[in-house]
Design a protein around this ligand. Sequence first.
Ligand code: G1P
Length: 576
Amino acid sequence: MDDSPLQVLTVATAPYPDQRHGSGGLRRMVNVFQTRKHYLHNFIQSIFSSIDLRDRQGSTVMVGGDGRFFNQTAIRVIVQMAAANGVGRLVIGQHGIMSTPAISCMIRKCKAIGGIILTASHDPGGPNGGLGIKFNTANGGPASEAVANKIHQISRTIEEFAICPGLQVDLMTLGRQTFDLENKFKPFTVEIVDSVESYANLLRNIFDFAALKELLSGESHISVRLDAMHGAAGPYVRRILCGELGCPANSAVNCVPLEDFGGQRPDPNLTYAADLADSMRDGQFDFGAAFGGDGDRHMVLGKHGLYVSPSDSVAVIADNIFCIPYFQHTGVRGFARSMPTSAALDSFLETIFHFIRCRVAKATKIELYETPPGWNFFGSLMDAGKLSLCGEESFGAGGDHIRETDGLWAVLAWLSIMATRRQSVQDILKDHWLKYGRNYFTRYDYESIDIDTACEMMEDLEIIITDKSFVKQRFAVEDKLYQVEKADSFEYTDPVNSSLTRNQGLRIIFSDGSRIIYRLSGTRINGATVQIYIDSYEKERLSEDTQVMLAPLATIALKISKLHHRTGRSGPSLIT
Ligand code: G1P
């Protein structure tokens, strides 16, 4: 065997203009990485070059992903490039698989300078699907806008990358591998780890596992159905929910990660997790949950498949926050939601504050932050001790235990509420609406739209809604009349570092508080996805059909944007 030090090479390359690290990292079709010369290498080098050499040398970096097609190939390249870029130690999930929340947990635990996450989250997998590369920084959360911009700038002028082409890593065997590199004093090490135990340990310190075990496997236990959608959540669901908390093994399905997620999109909503909803319809399960491809997102269903909207989910968790022992210790620092997420959290906080103020003259209001989509904005608030709990309409919720949305955490949060209140999902949700009113919410996605058409539509729409004459305009549909109160292009100033983020969606807010929001998705792999979000508050009519309730606003949204006319579409590709 040749044990001479491995060669470090510098390879010339040419830049690509489109390597922007968006809210979900860089996402492209797999074949872009396969066919464009050094497309992967350029982006990885741009990530490493964005880190100061002094911080990078000898540092620890985490690597893992959702198990999709091409991930392992990409990880082998990342290992070769990390070694050549002075990283001292890589910690990698066995088989290259690690859920996004677990990576966030491990970055913080191992004091890594960051992590590279191979996931395109909810986008399809397999050879014809997408691939995503996301860089998370030392706080465990997605790169800030400033870091993302730096990576993009570097990628636009890159001329060379460093690599150790002879370094062959074994991703299958747990344990440490060391490699000697030429011109290096210290060996480069790779640790292949099973992250489930570290992550489970984090959850054990947040929740009351004994109470959860009683709920899930005690004498009068509830019955559950858990669907990991063939993503990275599977091993965590099996070991934590089944192995430790006692859910029967057959209650967890699709727990083996597959490169194409079994041909389904790993997006936990009623369309793509339809099997879960179907299996719950006859009432044999009290609680159901589906998890996104990288384990970050979740969908909660009650008996007979009762749907809990993600916006309601975070509001209910907020109202019951002290059912989670962790928050009994930390207290509540603040709440946050992304701008397009329904205002259910606001409705709850307004009522609660009004209620407290009636009794305590100088009651301090708990701060509610409204951020652009993307967990990096929440992470900044959490790092500054301003935020405890947050959520997004895109099936994400989490606490400040890590800096990512956390599907398993959210499911354990719901189960903790059920265990404490001894109530069903349905009763918890109905009680919530009775107390605080209900925010009906829907999102229409128009996928694979020509990028120029989508951008032109958004530009024209911005001109229309920001014209002075737009405010006070009235729109009538059937017996409903809405008057525009405010309209703008949403921008956000981070209260911690004062950085300004512009163009985060076009908002129309009506005088009754109803909202229509238009936004282009930042995470799609194919063309543009135009998203319309509709949110309307109701105090009395609590059990209506969401689509019926929001139909007048949807008509108005389409009329103002002329979306169907401009795109040639007759309806959305996906409704959530
Ligand atoms: C989507 C979600 C957003 C989430 C992001 C990263 O972004 O809508 O809430 O933070 O993925 O998972 P979008 O495609 O809408 O830009």
